[in-house]
Design a protein around this ligand. Structure first.
Ligand code: NA7
Length: 547
Protein backbone atom coordinates (compact mmCIF):
# COMPACT_ATOMS: atom_id res chain seq x y z
CA UNK A 1 0.00 0.00 0.00
CA UNK A 2 1.11 3.49 -0.72
CA UNK A 3 2.42 5.71 2.00
CA UNK A 4 1.28 8.67 -0.07
CA UNK A 5 -0.65 11.11 2.05
CA UNK A 6 -4.11 12.00 0.82
CA UNK A 7 -4.14 14.85 -1.64
CA UNK A 8 -7.23 16.24 -0.08
CA UNK A 9 -7.27 17.28 3.56
CA UNK A 10 -10.20 18.30 5.58
CA UNK A 11 -10.69 21.99 5.94
CA UNK A 12 -10.05 22.72 9.62
CA UNK A 13 -13.21 24.77 9.78
CA UNK A 14 -15.27 21.67 9.14
CA UNK A 15 -17.11 20.74 12.28
CA UNK A 16 -18.65 18.94 13.99
CA UNK A 17 -16.98 15.57 13.73
CA UNK A 18 -19.33 14.11 11.16
CA UNK A 19 -20.14 17.10 9.05
CA UNK A 20 -20.95 16.57 5.41
CA UNK A 21 -22.28 18.80 2.68
CA UNK A 22 -24.26 16.22 0.79
CA UNK A 23 -25.04 12.55 1.07
CA UNK A 24 -23.57 11.69 -2.29
CA UNK A 25 -21.02 13.36 -4.55
CA UNK A 26 -21.37 12.29 -8.18
CA UNK A 27 -18.78 12.94 -10.88
CA UNK A 28 -20.16 13.44 -14.38
CA UNK A 29 -23.48 14.60 -15.82
CA UNK A 30 -23.81 12.22 -18.73
CA UNK A 31 -26.59 9.66 -18.78
CA UNK A 32 -25.09 7.90 -15.73
CA UNK A 33 -24.72 11.00 -13.56
CA UNK A 34 -28.10 12.38 -14.57
CA UNK A 35 -29.99 9.25 -13.59
CA UNK A 36 -27.87 8.80 -10.46
CA UNK A 37 -28.91 12.27 -9.35
CA UNK A 38 -32.57 11.71 -10.14
CA UNK A 39 -32.76 8.31 -8.45
CA UNK A 40 -30.96 9.42 -5.30
CA UNK A 41 -33.14 12.50 -5.03
CA UNK A 42 -36.24 10.33 -5.30
CA UNK A 43 -34.93 8.35 -2.35
CA UNK A 44 -34.56 11.58 -0.38
CA UNK A 45 -30.79 12.05 -0.61
CA UNK A 46 -28.90 15.27 -1.13
CA UNK A 47 -26.57 15.08 -4.11
CA UNK A 48 -23.91 17.27 -5.69
CA UNK A 49 -22.93 16.46 -9.25
CA UNK A 50 -19.79 17.92 -10.84
CA UNK A 51 -19.44 18.17 -14.59
CA UNK A 52 -16.51 19.47 -16.63
CA UNK A 53 -18.69 20.44 -19.61
CA UNK A 54 -20.98 23.44 -19.59
CA UNK A 55 -24.11 21.30 -19.81
CA UNK A 56 -25.44 17.75 -19.55
CA UNK A 57 -24.91 14.92 -22.02
CA UNK A 58 -21.46 13.50 -21.28
CA UNK A 59 -20.11 11.69 -24.30
CA UNK A 60 -22.88 13.25 -26.43
CA UNK A 61 -21.88 16.68 -25.22
CA UNK A 62 -18.25 16.24 -26.26
CA UNK A 63 -18.49 14.13 -29.43
CA UNK A 64 -19.97 16.72 -31.79
CA UNK A 65 -17.97 15.67 -34.82
CA UNK A 66 -19.75 15.56 -38.20
CA UNK A 67 -21.64 12.30 -38.57
CA UNK A 68 -21.61 11.38 -34.86
CA UNK A 69 -24.37 8.88 -34.28
CA UNK A 70 -25.28 6.10 -31.88
CA UNK A 71 -24.81 2.47 -32.94
CA UNK A 72 -27.74 1.30 -30.79
CA UNK A 73 -31.25 1.91 -32.13
CA UNK A 74 -33.02 5.03 -30.84
CA UNK A 75 -36.02 3.26 -29.33
CA UNK A 76 -33.57 1.28 -27.20
CA UNK A 77 -30.90 3.91 -26.55
CA UNK A 78 -33.01 5.97 -24.14
CA UNK A 79 -34.00 5.73 -20.50
CA UNK A 80 -36.58 3.15 -19.56
CA UNK A 81 -37.09 4.22 -15.94
CA UNK A 82 -39.97 6.59 -16.60
CA UNK A 83 -42.90 5.49 -18.72
CA UNK A 84 -44.08 9.03 -19.46
CA UNK A 85 -40.61 10.04 -20.57
CA UNK A 86 -40.27 7.15 -22.97
CA UNK A 87 -43.75 7.80 -24.35
CA UNK A 88 -43.40 11.54 -24.83
CA UNK A 89 -40.02 11.70 -26.57
CA UNK A 90 -40.19 11.29 -30.36
CA UNK A 91 -37.18 9.85 -32.13
CA UNK A 92 -36.81 10.64 -35.80
CA UNK A 93 -34.30 8.07 -37.08
CA UNK A 94 -33.48 4.40 -36.60
CA UNK A 95 -30.12 5.47 -35.12
CA UNK A 96 -30.06 8.87 -33.47
CA UNK A 97 -27.61 11.55 -34.40
CA UNK A 98 -25.54 13.27 -31.73
CA UNK A 99 -27.63 16.50 -31.84
CA UNK A 100 -30.83 14.53 -31.25
CA UNK A 101 -29.37 12.56 -28.33
CA UNK A 102 -28.03 15.76 -26.81
CA UNK A 103 -31.48 17.36 -27.21
CA UNK A 104 -32.92 14.33 -25.41
CA UNK A 105 -30.39 14.69 -22.56
CA UNK A 106 -31.39 18.34 -22.24
CA UNK A 107 -35.05 17.40 -22.23
CA UNK A 108 -34.43 14.93 -19.40
CA UNK A 109 -32.48 17.57 -17.44
CA UNK A 110 -35.37 20.04 -17.82
CA UNK A 111 -38.08 17.51 -17.11
CA UNK A 112 -36.56 16.36 -13.84
CA UNK A 113 -35.07 19.76 -12.94
CA UNK A 114 -31.62 18.23 -12.69
CA UNK A 115 -29.40 21.25 -13.31
CA UNK A 116 -29.89 22.83 -9.89
CA UNK A 117 -27.71 20.10 -8.36
CA UNK A 118 -25.07 20.02 -11.07
CA UNK A 119 -22.07 22.33 -10.95
CA UNK A 120 -21.02 22.74 -14.58
CA UNK A 121 -17.61 23.72 -15.89
CA UNK A 122 -16.14 22.13 -12.78
CA UNK A 123 -13.85 19.13 -12.80
CA UNK A 124 -13.17 16.90 -9.85
CA UNK A 125 -9.40 16.96 -9.42
CA UNK A 126 -9.06 14.84 -6.29
CA UNK A 127 -11.08 12.86 -3.79
CA UNK A 128 -9.91 11.25 -0.56
CA UNK A 129 -11.60 9.00 1.95
CA UNK A 130 -11.26 10.23 5.50
CA UNK A 131 -11.10 7.06 7.55
CA UNK A 132 -11.77 8.72 10.88
CA UNK A 133 -14.97 10.32 9.74
CA UNK A 134 -15.93 7.85 7.00
CA UNK A 135 -16.48 10.67 4.58
CA UNK A 136 -15.25 11.49 1.09
CA UNK A 137 -13.63 14.87 0.62
CA UNK A 138 -13.71 16.05 -2.95
CA UNK A 139 -11.65 18.89 -4.38
CA UNK A 140 -12.79 20.57 -7.57
CA UNK A 141 -11.18 22.74 -10.23
CA UNK A 142 -12.90 25.84 -8.80
CA UNK A 143 -10.81 25.38 -5.66
CA UNK A 144 -13.79 24.30 -3.55
CA UNK A 145 -14.11 21.17 -1.50
CA UNK A 146 -17.24 19.14 -0.98
CA UNK A 147 -17.76 16.45 1.60
CA UNK A 148 -20.05 13.48 1.00
CA UNK A 149 -20.81 10.15 2.63
CA UNK A 150 -20.69 8.37 -0.71
CA UNK A 151 -18.69 9.05 -3.85
CA UNK A 152 -19.87 7.91 -7.28
CA UNK A 153 -17.73 8.03 -10.40
CA UNK A 154 -20.22 8.36 -13.26
CA UNK A 155 -17.49 9.42 -15.64
CA UNK A 156 -18.36 7.31 -18.68
CA UNK A 157 -16.37 4.66 -20.50
CA UNK A 158 -15.32 6.73 -23.49
CA UNK A 159 -14.70 10.21 -22.20
CA UNK A 160 -10.96 10.57 -21.87
CA UNK A 161 -9.82 11.49 -25.39
CA UNK A 162 -6.54 9.88 -26.51
CA UNK A 163 -4.25 11.85 -28.80
CA UNK A 164 -1.08 10.08 -29.91
CA UNK A 165 2.27 11.64 -29.18
CA UNK A 166 3.51 12.58 -32.62
CA UNK A 167 6.53 14.83 -32.73
CA UNK A 168 6.14 18.34 -34.10
CA UNK A 169 2.49 18.73 -33.21
CA UNK A 170 3.04 22.21 -31.83
CA UNK A 171 4.49 23.30 -35.17
CA UNK A 172 1.31 22.74 -37.19
CA UNK A 173 -0.19 26.11 -38.11
CA UNK A 174 -3.66 24.88 -39.08
CA UNK A 175 -6.53 23.82 -36.83
CA UNK A 176 -6.19 20.64 -34.76
CA UNK A 177 -9.29 18.91 -33.36
CA UNK A 178 -10.11 15.60 -31.70
CA UNK A 179 -13.44 13.98 -32.55
CA UNK A 180 -14.08 13.43 -28.83
CA UNK A 181 -13.51 17.13 -28.05
CA UNK A 182 -15.12 18.69 -31.09
CA UNK A 183 -15.54 22.46 -30.60
CA UNK A 184 -19.07 23.58 -29.71
CA UNK A 185 -18.97 26.26 -32.39
CA UNK A 186 -18.08 23.63 -35.01
CA UNK A 187 -15.21 23.65 -37.48
CA UNK A 188 -15.61 25.25 -40.89
CA UNK A 189 -14.33 22.66 -43.35
CA UNK A 190 -15.64 24.31 -46.51
CA UNK A 191 -12.92 24.70 -49.12
CA UNK A 192 -10.34 23.19 -46.75
CA UNK A 193 -7.86 20.35 -47.09
CA UNK A 194 -8.58 18.05 -44.16
CA UNK A 195 -6.62 15.14 -42.71
CA UNK A 196 -8.22 12.48 -40.52
CA UNK A 197 -6.03 10.15 -38.48
CA UNK A 198 -7.91 7.06 -37.31
CA UNK A 199 -10.57 4.76 -38.71
CA UNK A 200 -12.42 3.48 -35.65
CA UNK A 201 -16.14 4.25 -35.19
CA UNK A 202 -15.52 7.99 -34.95
CA UNK A 203 -13.36 8.15 -38.08
CA UNK A 204 -15.69 5.87 -40.04
CA UNK A 205 -18.69 8.03 -39.13
CA UNK A 206 -16.94 11.34 -39.71
CA UNK A 207 -15.09 10.56 -42.97
CA UNK A 208 -18.14 10.39 -45.33
CA UNK A 209 -19.59 13.62 -43.91
CA UNK A 210 -16.30 15.51 -43.85
CA UNK A 211 -15.63 14.38 -47.45
CA UNK A 212 -18.83 16.11 -48.53
CA UNK A 213 -18.00 19.32 -46.67
CA UNK A 214 -14.35 19.83 -47.49
CA UNK A 215 -12.30 20.38 -50.60
CA UNK A 216 -9.89 17.51 -50.15
CA UNK A 217 -9.69 14.76 -47.54
CA UNK A 218 -6.69 12.59 -46.69
CA UNK A 219 -7.42 9.59 -44.47
CA UNK A 220 -4.47 8.20 -42.52
CA UNK A 221 -5.35 4.60 -41.72
CA UNK A 222 -3.21 2.40 -39.50
CA UNK A 223 -5.51 -0.63 -39.36
CA UNK A 224 -8.26 -1.27 -41.92
CA UNK A 225 -11.70 -1.56 -40.44
CA UNK A 226 -14.53 -4.05 -40.81
CA UNK A 227 -17.64 -1.98 -41.13
CA UNK A 228 -21.24 -3.02 -41.67
CA UNK A 229 -23.88 -0.71 -43.14
CA UNK A 230 -25.98 0.88 -40.42
CA UNK A 231 -28.94 1.21 -42.80
CA UNK A 232 -30.00 4.26 -40.90
CA UNK A 233 -33.38 5.58 -42.05
CA UNK A 234 -36.19 7.76 -40.79
CA UNK A 235 -38.07 6.03 -38.01
CA UNK A 236 -41.58 5.35 -39.23
CA UNK A 237 -44.56 6.40 -37.13
CA UNK A 238 -45.81 2.84 -37.35
CA UNK A 239 -42.65 1.42 -35.80
CA UNK A 240 -42.51 4.05 -33.08
CA UNK A 241 -46.18 3.67 -32.19
CA UNK A 242 -45.89 -0.09 -32.22
CA UNK A 243 -42.96 -0.13 -29.78
CA UNK A 244 -44.56 2.51 -27.58
CA UNK A 245 -47.74 0.45 -27.35
CA UNK A 246 -45.74 -2.34 -25.71
CA UNK A 247 -42.65 -0.60 -24.38
CA UNK A 248 -42.43 -2.56 -21.15
CA UNK A 249 -42.51 -5.90 -22.93
CA UNK A 250 -40.00 -4.60 -25.52
CA UNK A 251 -37.63 -3.50 -22.75
CA UNK A 252 -37.96 -6.80 -20.92
CA UNK A 253 -37.13 -8.75 -24.05
CA UNK A 254 -34.03 -6.60 -24.66
CA UNK A 255 -33.01 -6.90 -21.01
CA UNK A 256 -32.81 -10.66 -21.49
CA UNK A 257 -30.40 -10.37 -24.43
CA UNK A 258 -26.62 -10.88 -24.00
CA UNK A 259 -26.00 -7.22 -24.93
CA UNK A 260 -29.25 -5.88 -23.48
CA UNK A 261 -30.40 -4.97 -26.98
CA UNK A 262 -31.73 -6.26 -30.27
CA UNK A 263 -34.39 -8.73 -29.14
CA UNK A 264 -36.24 -8.28 -32.43
CA UNK A 265 -33.22 -9.03 -34.58
CA UNK A 266 -32.47 -12.68 -35.31
CA UNK A 267 -29.83 -13.94 -32.89
CA UNK A 268 -28.71 -17.44 -33.87
CA UNK A 269 -26.95 -20.08 -31.81
CA UNK A 270 -26.10 -22.61 -34.50
CA UNK A 271 -22.61 -23.12 -35.91
CA UNK A 272 -21.57 -21.56 -39.19
CA UNK A 273 -19.75 -24.84 -39.91
CA UNK A 274 -23.06 -26.70 -40.02
CA UNK A 275 -24.55 -24.42 -42.67
CA UNK A 276 -24.31 -25.04 -46.41
CA UNK A 277 -22.63 -22.36 -48.56
CA UNK A 278 -26.05 -21.20 -49.65
CA UNK A 279 -27.48 -21.02 -46.11
CA UNK A 280 -24.41 -19.19 -44.88
CA UNK A 281 -24.54 -16.61 -47.63
CA UNK A 282 -28.26 -16.11 -47.19
CA UNK A 283 -27.89 -15.46 -43.48
CA UNK A 284 -24.93 -13.08 -43.84
CA UNK A 285 -26.54 -11.24 -46.78
CA UNK A 286 -29.68 -10.85 -44.68
CA UNK A 287 -27.67 -9.36 -41.83
CA UNK A 288 -25.74 -7.07 -44.21
CA UNK A 289 -29.00 -5.83 -45.77
CA UNK A 290 -30.64 -5.34 -42.38
CA UNK A 291 -27.61 -3.43 -41.08
CA UNK A 292 -26.38 -2.91 -37.54
CA UNK A 293 -23.94 -4.33 -35.03
CA UNK A 294 -25.73 -7.66 -34.66
CA UNK A 295 -24.19 -8.85 -37.93
CA UNK A 296 -22.05 -11.22 -35.86
CA UNK A 297 -25.11 -12.78 -34.23
CA UNK A 298 -25.78 -14.44 -37.59
CA UNK A 299 -24.26 -17.64 -36.20
CA UNK A 300 -23.52 -18.73 -32.67
CA UNK A 301 -19.79 -19.26 -33.08
CA UNK A 302 -18.54 -16.28 -35.08
CA UNK A 303 -17.00 -14.74 -31.99
CA UNK A 304 -15.96 -18.02 -30.42
CA UNK A 305 -14.03 -19.92 -33.04
CA UNK A 306 -11.40 -18.50 -35.36
CA UNK A 307 -12.25 -20.81 -38.25
CA UNK A 308 -15.91 -19.78 -37.96
CA UNK A 309 -14.95 -16.12 -37.80
CA UNK A 310 -13.17 -16.42 -41.16
CA UNK A 311 -16.50 -16.84 -42.96
CA UNK A 312 -17.68 -13.45 -41.71
CA UNK A 313 -14.30 -11.89 -42.49
CA UNK A 314 -14.37 -13.20 -46.06
CA UNK A 315 -17.91 -11.99 -46.53
CA UNK A 316 -17.05 -8.40 -45.55
CA UNK A 317 -13.82 -8.48 -47.56
CA UNK A 318 -15.85 -9.42 -50.64
CA UNK A 319 -18.22 -6.53 -49.99
CA UNK A 320 -15.33 -4.07 -49.75
CA UNK A 321 -13.96 -5.33 -53.07
CA UNK A 322 -17.40 -4.90 -54.65
CA UNK A 323 -17.95 -1.37 -53.32
CA UNK A 324 -14.52 0.24 -53.76
CA UNK A 325 -13.76 0.83 -57.42
CA UNK A 326 -9.99 1.28 -57.34
CA UNK A 327 -8.46 -2.15 -56.58
CA UNK A 328 -5.40 -0.65 -54.85
CA UNK A 329 -7.56 1.42 -52.52
CA UNK A 330 -9.85 -1.56 -51.92
CA UNK A 331 -6.86 -3.66 -51.00
CA UNK A 332 -5.60 -1.06 -48.50
CA UNK A 333 -9.08 -0.91 -46.96
CA UNK A 334 -9.27 -4.67 -46.53
CA UNK A 335 -8.77 -5.91 -42.97
CA UNK A 336 -7.07 -9.18 -42.16
CA UNK A 337 -7.67 -9.48 -38.41
CA UNK A 338 -10.50 -11.25 -36.62
CA UNK A 339 -13.80 -9.54 -37.22
CA UNK A 340 -15.43 -8.28 -34.03
CA UNK A 341 -12.44 -8.39 -31.72
CA UNK A 342 -12.14 -4.67 -32.26
CA UNK A 343 -15.58 -3.18 -31.76
CA UNK A 344 -17.59 -3.75 -34.92
CA UNK A 345 -18.28 -0.47 -36.66
CA UNK A 346 -21.46 0.43 -38.50
CA UNK A 347 -21.47 3.11 -41.15
CA UNK A 348 -23.26 5.15 -43.74
CA UNK A 349 -21.36 5.10 -47.03
CA UNK A 350 -17.92 4.61 -45.50
CA UNK A 351 -16.36 2.40 -48.17
CA UNK A 352 -18.31 4.26 -50.90
CA UNK A 353 -16.58 7.49 -49.82
CA UNK A 354 -13.26 6.18 -51.13
CA UNK A 355 -14.72 6.29 -54.65
CA UNK A 356 -14.84 10.10 -54.43
CA UNK A 357 -12.14 11.95 -56.31
CA UNK A 358 -11.47 14.31 -53.35
CA UNK A 359 -10.69 11.47 -50.90
CA UNK A 360 -7.24 9.88 -50.59
CA UNK A 361 -6.25 6.96 -48.41
CA UNK A 362 -2.80 6.66 -46.87
CA UNK A 363 -1.81 3.39 -45.24
CA UNK A 364 0.25 4.45 -42.23
CA UNK A 365 0.45 0.82 -41.11
CA UNK A 366 3.06 0.21 -43.80
CA UNK A 367 4.28 3.81 -44.12
CA UNK A 368 4.15 5.16 -40.56
CA UNK A 369 3.66 8.78 -39.59
CA UNK A 370 7.02 10.30 -38.65
CA UNK A 371 6.20 13.84 -37.64
CA UNK A 372 3.76 16.66 -37.89
CA UNK A 373 5.08 19.66 -39.79
CA UNK A 374 4.06 23.31 -40.11
CA UNK A 375 1.81 22.56 -43.05
CA UNK A 376 0.86 18.91 -42.62
CA UNK A 377 2.65 15.68 -41.77
CA UNK A 378 5.26 13.38 -43.14
CA UNK A 379 5.23 9.62 -43.26
CA UNK A 380 8.36 7.57 -43.82
CA UNK A 381 8.09 8.04 -47.58
CA UNK A 382 6.01 11.15 -48.26
CA UNK A 383 4.95 14.65 -47.19
CA UNK A 384 1.30 15.69 -46.98
CA UNK A 385 -0.13 19.19 -46.72
CA UNK A 386 -3.51 20.13 -45.26
CA UNK A 387 -5.30 22.89 -43.33
CA UNK A 388 -7.16 20.95 -40.64
CA UNK A 389 -5.95 17.93 -38.70
CA UNK A 390 -8.62 15.71 -37.15
CA UNK A 391 -7.56 13.15 -34.56
CA UNK A 392 -10.15 10.35 -34.63
CA UNK A 393 -7.83 8.37 -32.40
CA UNK A 394 -10.22 7.24 -29.70
CA UNK A 395 -10.14 7.19 -25.94
CA UNK A 396 -8.30 5.96 -22.92
CA UNK A 397 -11.35 3.77 -22.48
CA UNK A 398 -13.03 2.64 -19.27
CA UNK A 399 -10.25 3.65 -16.88
CA UNK A 400 -8.95 6.96 -18.30
CA UNK A 401 -11.51 9.22 -16.67
CA UNK A 402 -11.24 7.45 -13.33
CA UNK A 403 -7.45 7.47 -13.23
CA UNK A 404 -7.12 11.11 -14.09
CA UNK A 405 -8.83 11.99 -10.80
CA UNK A 406 -6.48 11.74 -7.86
CA UNK A 407 -8.58 9.30 -5.84
CA UNK A 408 -7.18 8.14 -2.51
CA UNK A 409 -8.77 5.39 -0.47
CA UNK A 410 -7.91 3.74 2.83
CA UNK A 411 -4.32 4.00 4.12
CA UNK A 412 -3.52 6.59 1.49
CA UNK A 413 -3.91 4.06 -1.32
CA UNK A 414 -4.05 5.85 -4.67
CA UNK A 415 -6.31 4.41 -7.37
CA UNK A 416 -3.43 4.77 -9.84
CA UNK A 417 -1.36 2.46 -7.68
CA UNK A 418 -4.21 0.06 -6.99
CA UNK A 419 -4.74 -0.30 -10.75
CA UNK A 420 -1.10 -0.16 -11.80
CA UNK A 421 -1.41 -3.71 -13.19
CA UNK A 422 -4.78 -2.95 -14.78
CA UNK A 423 -8.22 -2.26 -13.33
CA UNK A 424 -9.51 -4.63 -10.63
CA UNK A 425 -13.01 -4.35 -9.26
CA UNK A 426 -15.79 -6.33 -7.69
CA UNK A 427 -18.79 -6.37 -10.07
CA UNK A 428 -17.34 -3.38 -11.93
CA UNK A 429 -19.00 -1.36 -9.18
CA UNK A 430 -16.62 -1.27 -6.28
CA UNK A 431 -12.90 -1.39 -5.48
CA UNK A 432 -11.39 -2.84 -2.27
CA UNK A 433 -9.59 -0.10 -0.34
CA UNK A 434 -12.10 2.52 -1.52
CA UNK A 435 -15.08 2.28 0.85
CA UNK A 436 -18.35 3.97 -0.11
CA UNK A 437 -17.06 4.63 -3.62
CA UNK A 438 -18.97 3.27 -6.60
CA UNK A 439 -18.21 3.25 -10.31
CA UNK A 440 -21.10 3.34 -12.77
CA UNK A 441 -20.36 0.96 -15.66
CA UNK A 442 -16.83 0.49 -14.38
CA UNK A 443 -14.29 -2.01 -15.72
CA UNK A 444 -15.46 -5.53 -14.96
CA UNK A 445 -19.10 -4.73 -15.76
CA UNK A 446 -20.81 -5.37 -19.13
CA UNK A 447 -20.91 -1.63 -19.98
CA UNK A 448 -19.54 -1.08 -23.50
CA UNK A 449 -20.59 -4.55 -24.65
CA UNK A 450 -24.22 -3.63 -24.04
CA UNK A 451 -26.76 -0.92 -24.62
CA UNK A 452 -25.01 1.55 -22.29
CA UNK A 453 -28.18 3.27 -21.14
CA UNK A 454 -29.67 0.02 -19.89
CA UNK A 455 -26.41 -0.93 -18.15
CA UNK A 456 -26.31 2.52 -16.58
CA UNK A 457 -29.86 2.16 -15.27
CA UNK A 458 -29.08 -1.22 -13.76
CA UNK A 459 -25.97 0.15 -12.01
CA UNK A 460 -27.63 3.33 -10.78
CA UNK A 461 -30.51 1.36 -9.32
CA UNK A 462 -28.19 -1.16 -7.68
CA UNK A 463 -26.01 1.59 -6.16
CA UNK A 464 -28.90 3.69 -4.89
CA UNK A 465 -30.68 0.64 -3.45
CA UNK A 466 -27.44 -0.30 -1.74
CA UNK A 467 -27.06 3.14 -0.16
CA UNK A 468 -30.67 3.05 1.04
CA UNK A 469 -30.17 -0.46 2.44
CA UNK A 470 -27.11 0.65 4.40
CA UNK A 471 -28.91 3.68 5.80
CA UNK A 472 -31.98 1.72 6.80
CA UNK A 473 -29.74 -0.49 8.92
CA UNK A 474 -27.56 2.40 10.07
CA UNK A 475 -24.42 1.01 8.56
CA UNK A 476 -21.76 3.55 7.76
CA UNK A 477 -19.42 1.90 5.27
CA UNK A 478 -19.43 -0.74 2.57
CA UNK A 479 -16.23 -2.04 1.00
CA UNK A 480 -15.56 -4.92 -1.39
CA UNK A 481 -13.27 -7.64 -0.06
CA UNK A 482 -10.03 -8.54 -1.84
CA UNK A 483 -11.25 -12.11 -2.17
CA UNK A 484 -14.43 -10.99 -3.95
CA UNK A 485 -12.34 -8.80 -6.23
CA UNK A 486 -9.96 -11.67 -7.03
CA UNK A 487 -12.81 -14.02 -7.91
CA UNK A 488 -14.50 -11.35 -9.98
CA UNK A 489 -11.39 -10.54 -12.01
CA UNK A 490 -11.00 -14.28 -12.71
CA UNK A 491 -14.62 -14.48 -13.77
CA UNK A 492 -14.28 -11.56 -16.22
CA UNK A 493 -11.10 -13.06 -17.71
CA UNK A 494 -12.54 -16.56 -17.98
CA UNK A 495 -15.54 -15.27 -19.88
CA UNK A 496 -13.39 -13.21 -22.25
CA UNK A 497 -10.90 -16.03 -22.81
CA UNK A 498 -13.65 -18.28 -24.14
CA UNK A 499 -14.13 -15.83 -27.01
CA UNK A 500 -12.06 -14.19 -29.72
CA UNK A 501 -12.32 -10.77 -28.05
CA UNK A 502 -8.85 -10.74 -26.52
CA UNK A 503 -7.18 -11.68 -29.81
CA UNK A 504 -6.34 -8.29 -31.29
CA UNK A 505 -5.30 -4.76 -30.36
CA UNK A 506 -8.52 -3.18 -29.18
CA UNK A 507 -9.45 -0.49 -26.72
CA UNK A 508 -11.41 -3.17 -24.81
CA UNK A 509 -7.94 -4.42 -23.84
CA UNK A 510 -6.37 -1.00 -23.41
CA UNK A 511 -4.08 -1.83 -26.33
CA UNK A 512 -4.68 1.54 -28.01
CA UNK A 513 -2.94 3.50 -25.25
CA UNK A 514 0.85 3.14 -25.12
CA UNK A 515 1.98 1.73 -21.78
CA UNK A 516 -1.52 0.76 -20.61
CA UNK A 517 -1.64 -2.71 -19.05
CA UNK A 518 -3.53 -5.16 -21.22
CA UNK A 519 -6.60 -6.41 -19.45
CA UNK A 520 -9.89 -7.25 -21.11
CA UNK A 521 -12.03 -4.72 -19.26
CA UNK A 522 -15.73 -5.32 -19.97
CA UNK A 523 -17.64 -8.41 -18.83
CA UNK A 524 -19.43 -10.50 -21.43
CA UNK A 525 -23.09 -11.32 -20.87
CA UNK A 526 -25.61 -8.89 -19.42
CA UNK A 527 -28.35 -11.19 -18.04
CA UNK A 528 -25.92 -13.34 -16.02
CA UNK A 529 -24.33 -10.20 -14.65
CA UNK A 530 -27.68 -8.78 -13.53
CA UNK A 531 -28.55 -12.04 -11.82
CA UNK A 532 -25.23 -11.96 -9.97
CA UNK A 533 -25.72 -8.34 -8.83
CA UNK A 534 -29.23 -9.14 -7.60
CA UNK A 535 -27.97 -12.21 -5.79
CA UNK A 536 -25.23 -10.21 -4.06
CA UNK A 537 -27.82 -7.72 -2.81
CA UNK A 538 -30.26 -10.43 -1.74
CA UNK A 539 -27.48 -12.11 0.25
CA UNK A 540 -26.93 -8.95 2.29
CA UNK A 541 -24.21 -7.70 -0.05
CA UNK A 542 -21.99 -10.73 0.02
CA UNK A 543 -18.42 -10.01 -0.99
CA UNK A 544 -18.53 -6.71 0.88
CA UNK A 545 -17.53 -5.78 4.42
CA UNK A 546 -20.31 -3.71 5.93
CA UNK A 547 -19.85 -1.74 9.11
P1 NA7 B 1 -11.05 3.75 -31.72
O1 NA7 B 1 -12.04 2.73 -32.06
O2 NA7 B 1 -10.08 3.48 -30.64
O3 NA7 B 1 -10.26 4.10 -33.06
C1 NA7 B 1 -9.11 4.89 -33.06
C2 NA7 B 1 -8.50 4.89 -34.42
O4 NA7 B 1 -7.33 5.70 -34.39
C3 NA7 B 1 -8.05 3.51 -34.87
O5 NA7 B 1 -8.24 3.41 -36.25
C4 NA7 B 1 -6.56 3.54 -34.53
O6 NA7 B 1 -5.79 2.66 -35.29
C5 NA7 B 1 -6.23 4.95 -34.87
N1 NA7 B 1 -5.02 5.43 -34.23
C6 NA7 B 1 -4.78 5.56 -32.91
N2 NA7 B 1 -3.53 6.02 -32.71
C7 NA7 B 1 -2.98 6.17 -33.94
C8 NA7 B 1 -1.72 6.60 -34.38
N3 NA7 B 1 -0.76 6.95 -33.53
N4 NA7 B 1 -1.49 6.63 -35.71
C9 NA7 B 1 -2.45 6.26 -36.58
N5 NA7 B 1 -3.67 5.84 -36.21
C10 NA7 B 1 -3.93 5.79 -34.90
O7 NA7 B 1 -11.75 5.13 -31.34
P2 NA7 B 1 -13.10 5.75 -31.88
O8 NA7 B 1 -13.21 7.12 -31.32
O9 NA7 B 1 -13.20 5.63 -33.35
O10 NA7 B 1 -14.22 4.84 -31.29
C11 NA7 B 1 -14.24 4.52 -29.90
C12 NA7 B 1 -15.59 4.06 -29.51
O11 NA7 B 1 -16.45 5.19 -29.38
C13 NA7 B 1 -16.30 3.20 -30.50
O12 NA7 B 1 -15.90 1.88 -30.48
C14 NA7 B 1 -17.75 3.38 -30.13
O13 NA7 B 1 -18.05 2.58 -29.05
C15 NA7 B 1 -17.78 4.81 -29.71
P3 NA7 B 1 -5.47 1.14 -34.76
O14 NA7 B 1 -6.72 0.38 -35.00
O15 NA7 B 1 -5.15 1.27 -33.29
O16 NA7 B 1 -4.32 0.70 -35.55
Amino acid sequence: MSAKSPDVDFDASLAPEESWDVDVVVVGAGFAGMYMLHRLRELGYSVQVFEGGTDVGGTWYWNRYPGARCDVESLEYCYSFDEELQQEWEWTERYSSQPEILAYANHVADRFDLRRDIRFGTRVDAAAFDEKKNLWVVRTSDGAQTVGRFFVMATGCLSSAATPEISGREKFTGAVVHTGRWPQEGVDLKGKRVAVIGTGSSGVQAIPVIAEQCDELIVFQRTPQYSIPARNAPLTDDRQLDVKSRYEEFREANFAMPQALGSEIPNYNDSVHDASDEQRRKRLEGAWDRGGTLFLASFGDLLLDESANVYAQDFVREKIAEIVQDPKTASKLTPEHIIGCKRLVIDTDYFETFNRSNVHLVDVGSDPIQRITESGLSTLSKEFEFDVLVFATGFDAMTGSILRVDITGRDGLAIQEKWSEGPRTYLGLSVPGFPNMFTVSGPGSPSVLTNMIISIEQHVEWISDCIAWLDERQYVTIEATSEAEENWVDHVNTKADRTLFPSCNSWYLGANVPGKTRVFMPLLGFPGYVRRCDQVAENNYEGFVIQ
